[in-house]
Write a protein that binds this ligand. Structure first.
Ligand code: ADP
Ligand code: ADP
Length: 234
């Protein structure tokens, strides 16, 4: 596993007089096993960067390598984006987006089943993650019966179930108290180590910012790298 590499990435929305450069020559590298923070004010380009990395939108120029695969290079891009998203990228969103008619376990197991893992095995993996996130007692609850924090932890488990080499997390701890926020950071660090995942966490959460060893600050589409406090998560 090779992590994430972004070189000279730019993204322009619109044309001519109304064009907005949301990303300007962004360079970024996240090693396998590393969890980095991405921090910036509203409108700075965080969502745009995550959407480019997640192959949800196309960048305007530059190069992106996920794991060992060049996914975009100056206008050229991989053909099968949906397979790429399924196999290489774990998404953890701000809102849980759980499927309302599946219980917590099946919400987590679904992506694994779709990737061809036998149901029993997929459910066992799901339960292991739910246990690590301390929601195993809700394994058979439907989403509507879960609290906001429980839904969030189930959705985090779902993003990790295929052990993706790249994990993109958008404000994963926003609705959680500090004990649970730390548990989420712990499991992301654990995933990074155990599966050599490269993880980017977009956050404003003051509780978790001191845990990062490295932080990318973004402002008006320009990134600056800084060392974080790197206090870890215990
Ligand atoms: P953040 O996630 O940090 O709030 P965004 O990536 O959403 O920032 O936005 C970066 C800039 O790009 C902002 O100026 C925003 O208004 C602009 N922008 C984002 N999405 C679009 C879009 N679909 N069309 C036009 N402009 C956009
Ligand atoms: P976030 O809360 O993730 O920063 P925003 O509220 O900035 O997201 O944007 C929500 C959605 O609207 C995103 O999909 C973004 O791309 C889009 N968007 C943001 N700014 C603009 C804009 N100026 N024009 C069109 N779409 C925009």
């Amino acid at each position: 596993r090779k992590g994430i590499r972004i070189e000279g990435l730019s993204k322009r929305y619109g044309q001519g007089d109304t064009a907005v450069f949301a990303l300007k020559d962004v360079n970024m590298q996240v090693a396998p096993g590393e969890v980095v923070g991405l921090i910036g004010p509203s409108g700075s380009g965080k969502s745009t960067l995550l959407k480019c990395l997640g192959a949800v939108i196309d960048p305007t120029a530059g190069r992106m390598v996920l794991d060992d695969e060049v996914i975009y290079d100056e206008g050229w891009k991989v053909r099968d984006l949906s397979a790429l998203r399924r196999d290489k990228i774990g998404f953890v969103f701000q809102a849980p987006y759980l499927i309302p008619f599946l219980d917590a376990t099946d919400n987590v197991a679904l992506l694994s089943m779709l990737a061809g893992v036998p149901n029993a095995e997929a459910r066992a993996k799901a339960l292991e993650l739910l246990t690590a996130l301390d929601v195993q007692h809700r394994a058979h609850a439907m989403p509507s019966a879960l609290s906001g924090g429980e839904q969030q932890r189930v959705s985090i488990a779902r993003g990790l179930v295929n052990r993706p080499p790249v994990i993109l997390a958008d404000e994963p701890t926003a609705p959680l108290d500090s004990v649970r926020a730390m548990a989420v950071i712990r499991i992301l660090n654990d995933m990074a180590k155990r599966f050599e995942a490269a993880i980017i966490v977009v956050t404003h959460d003051e509780k978790i910012i001191p845990t990062f060893k490295r932080i990318y600050h973004i402002r008006d589409g320009v990134t600056h790298e800084e060392l974080g406090e790197g206090r870890g998560f215990d």
